[in-house]
Design a binder for this molecule. Structure first.
Ligand code: Z5A
Ligand code: MG
Length: 212
């Protein structure tokens, strides 16, 4: 019903391999939108500030060991605990620029060998992004960027598997951006894509749920 269309913020997700430039581009996007007079916030998953997030952080830094299914469900729970706040912010007109989301959850866990449908199931009912921008880079090129840290998953062989599993999740609605361009060129491309998404949401595009 067109009469019920209400302006809202956009849910924008950046995905991509480790070192693809997500965090750099997310913060640039928030500054850009604010410069355009729009309200925007930077979010990231995992959100390591919550109790669940601290368990995830311990796992990633190899301070704890968890069964693959268990850590998968914790990543998902970490999104569920932010879901209602996410909806409130979007409805109040704030655009959320989110550094990783359910696609990371499914790509990383299925890369370990878990069934993809099983991996998607706990994500069902979370808010669906209005835009998924995928920062595309080969695992080899990504590895050359300053090298990986010491966290679990930060290894070339595993990143290659993750890249394959991201490919399975790709759909036609994703915007694939060549992440091997300069930071500034990636930034310019993202600004255009994101601004048109924000405009659509201001016009009252309905919020929807994963996994559709
Ligand atoms: N994970 C999961 O398993 N399940 C889930 O549900 C979720 C996540 C949500 C932690 O995530 C791990 O959790 C992650 C996935 C898993 N494991 N891995 N791998 P995280 O988000 O905390 O990971 P991170 O440490 O922030 O990964 P980052 O993502 O390393 O990289 P990035 O944010 O994509 O890149 P960046 O920090 O912006 O840039 C990396 C470097 O490249 C930096 O030196 C930049 O200056 C440089 N850079 C950036 N862009 C360029 C360009 N265009 N040219 C040249 N150099 C560049
Ligand atoms: Mg990052």
């Amino acid at each position: 019903d067109d009469n019920n269309k209400e302006s809202r913020g956009a849910l924008v997700v950046l995905e991509g391999l480790d070192r693809s430039g997500k965090s750099s581009q997310c913060s640039r996007l928030v500054s850009y939108l604010e410069g355009q007079g729009l309200s925007a916030e930077l979010w990231r998953f995992p959100d390591r500030t919550t109790n669940v997030g601290q368990m995830i952080s311990a796992y990633l830094s190899n301070a704890s060991q968890l069964d693959d299914h268990t850590i998968h469900l914790l990543f998902s729970a970490n999104r569920w605990e932010k879901r209602s706040l996410m909806e409130t912010k979007l409805k109040s007109g704030i655009t959320l620029i989110v550094d990783r989301y359910s696609y990371s959850g499914v790509a990383f866990s299925s890369a370990k060998g878990l069934d993809i449908e099983w991996c998607k199931a706990p994500e069902i009912g979370l808010l669906a992004p209005d835009l998924v921008a995928y920062l595309d880079i080969s695992p080899d090129k990504a590895a050359k960027r300053g090298g990986y840290g010491d966290e679990r998953y930060e290894k070339l062989e595993f990143q290659k598997k993750v890249a394959e599993h991201y490919k399975v999740l790709h759909d036609a609605s994703w915007k694939v951006v060549d992440a091997c361009q300069t930071i500034e060129d990636v930034e310019k491309q993202l600004q255009e894509i994101v601004l048109s998404c924000v405009t659509e949401c201001q016009k009252g595009k309905a919020l929807s749920s994963l996994w559709s």
